[in-house]
Design a protein around this ligand. Structure first.
Ligand code: ADP
Length: 517
């Protein structure tokens, strides 16, 4: 084929010298002679061979030097990124500031999934497109099974058909997982290269396979046409360099070590926090329990002194009466504190609970407490059955309902008790959309409302927004107990309110309809 090829070009003598890169053939120096045979003497051939060897060595040295410089440059960037992440224990910090993950590899954009969200640098696909890519990556063996998991391509659309529409930002993609759990989305860092339209000049159309029939059947012939065949290549990016891939894999290992160290630290902190919460609850319990005894003594002596009214002046009688009132108030505060600490320590008895029955019990309890016929309780649709501690969940409703009645000047008080299913419109305000499978419950009133300034304060123990005997009095512990009970059920509580118009208290109980174990 080769001599036929030369004949086609009217070449009569040829000399070919290889340019090697290690053991691989990298290129050729090809010399053609026209117009008859030509014999090169031995010293000329040796000199040519020597020349080809020098070119090979020079070429390899130049390429190695270039790679080495690039590797050192990348490693410096990685070292500084790791230092930033380690200092703050926050991976997302390597996505902002002067030096980011986008400097770690030559690319048009980079994305990191960390702390439950995507962080973008440069030009990247959208969050939804990234989620789709990560779901697809979790099906690639090289990404999930290999000891050095990664995926790198300069032609994403070839493996991932939906990638064709991403070509302007992500014709090429390089992804490294940062977490072991491969549910989507998961910890991952990704780099993207845009489409680079390449025009390849072929010596003949590479898609035509010219064959002739020889003595042994059909065989390939050198292409007869020497016209340049230009082919445009679509949906391709410039390739990822092996230096980039190797050093990014090292960066991944270091970042994963940080992730593990951070998880361990968090677990330690959580254990400490739980211990100190338990200690605090026990302390509050013991302190309030023990304080009640001397208080009873004070109350008893004040009472005895008051009984001997003839012996003391009217002015002192008033003071003694105040002393008794104060001891009674302190007694009720201690009761609340005792109860609050008990709520933190008791173990919940979770069971399927029909909220229709539970809520009607709660209404009965607050209704019988205050014989108030002007209050209308509305349950707009049947309540679901959820998995919770019956007594504690009823306590949540009793607290919210009694507040809805207490903090209400309206001649006709209207209290609505309902729930919003996940994904149902309108979703409750003031929180990110509820993505769990459990509903959001609410208690809405047309009462005096609360200024949004107090949105965290009202949940603090003993915090009242009014003088302690206004609006029927209270110890200021009700909402803090509600918060603790909701949190014991892995939920959240918050409110939305317009002063003068009313308030709505919302709460969730995570896993209340799903996880029943
Ligand atoms: P307490 O009712 O014993 O004072 P809570 O912890 O139940 O204690 O409530 C804290 C404060 O939040 C109350 O003093 C009141 O000012 C405010 N608050 C609670 N619920 C409502 C409501 N439905 N409407 C208006 N204000 C409320």
């Amino acid at each position: 084929m080769y001599t036929e090829y030369l004949q086609n070009m009217l070449v009569t003598a040829g000399l070919t010298m290889p340019i090697r890169r290690g053991n691989e053939l990298w290129g050729l120096i090809a010399c053609h002679h026209y117009g008859g045979p030509l014999h090169l003497p031995y010293p000329v051939r040796v000199a040519c061979e020597f020349l080809a060897q020098v070119v090979s060595l020079q070429h390899k040295a130049a390429e190695d030097r270039e790679h080495m410089l690039y590797r050192l440059q990348l490693e410096d960037v990685h070292r500084r990124l790791i230092a930033t992440a380690a200092l703050t224990c926050d991976l997302s910090r390597i996505t902002e500031g002067q030096l980011t993950l986008l400097d770690a590899v030559q690319a048009g954009g980079a994305a990191l999934y960390e702390a439950g969200r995507w962080w973008h640098m440069g030009r990247t696909p959208s969050d939804d497109q990234l989620d789709g890519l990560v779901r697809w990556l979790a099906t690639r063996p090289e990404y999930i099974q290999s000891s050095s998991p990664m995926y790198a391509t300069d032609h994403l659309a070839k493996d991932y058909p939906a990638g064709a529409s991403l070509a302007s930002v992500a014709a090429g993609m390089f992804a490294l997982p940062l977490a072991r759990g491969l549910s989507a989305p998961h910890g991952v860092m990704m780099w993207f290269k845009p489409e680079t339209m390449q025009t390849i000049q072929w010596g003949g159309n590479p898609h035509e396979k010219p064959t002739v029939t020889g003595p042994h059947g059909p065989r390939l012939t050198p292409r007869v046409s020497f016209e340049m065949f230009a082919e445009s290549v679509h949906h391709r990016s410039l390739p990822w360099q092996s230096v980039e891939i190797e050093s990014a894999a090292r960066l991944r290992v270091l970042l994963m070590e940080l992730v593990v160290a951070r998880a361990e630290r968090l677990a330690d902190l959580n254990a400490d926090l739980m211990r100190s919460n338990e200690e605090l609850d026990t302390f509050a319990y013991v302190a309030s329990h023990d304080l009640k005894e001397p208080l009873r003594g004070i109350h008893k002596y004040a009472h005895q002194l008051l009984e001997d009214a003839a012996m003391i002046t009217a002015d002192r009688q008033v003071k003694l009466a105040s002393l008794m009132r104060l001891t009674e108030r302190m007694d009720s505060l201690l009761d609340s504190l005792l109860h609050f600490s008990r709520v933190g320590r008791l173990s919940l008895e979770l069971e399927p609970s029909d909220l229709n029955v539970l809520v009607s019990e709660a209404i009965e309890m607050v209704g019988s407490r205050r014989d108030d016929m002007s209050t209308e309780f509305i349950v707009p649709r049947p309540m679901p059955t959820i998995y919770c501690d019956w007594v504690r969940c009823r306590e949540i409703y009793v607290n919210l309902l009694s507040n809805a009645m207490k903090y209400n000047d309206n001649a006709s008080k209207r209290i609505e008790i309902g729930w919003i299913a996940p994904g149902e419109a309108p979703q409750p305000p003031g929180r990110t959309p509820n993505t769990s499978d459990s509903p959001t419950f609410y208690v809405r009133d047309n009462g005096i409302g609360i200024d949004s300034r107090y949105h965290t304060q009202v949940f603090k123990i003993f915090k009242r927004l009014h003088p302690h005997n206004a609006y029927g009095g209270g110890s200021g512990a009700g909402l803090s107990i509600v918060k603790k009970l909701v949190e014991r059920h892995h939920g959240n509580v918050w409110f939305e309110s317009t002063p003068g118009e009313g308030s709505t208290f919302y709460f969730t109980m995570s896993g209340s309809t799903g996880d029943r174990t």
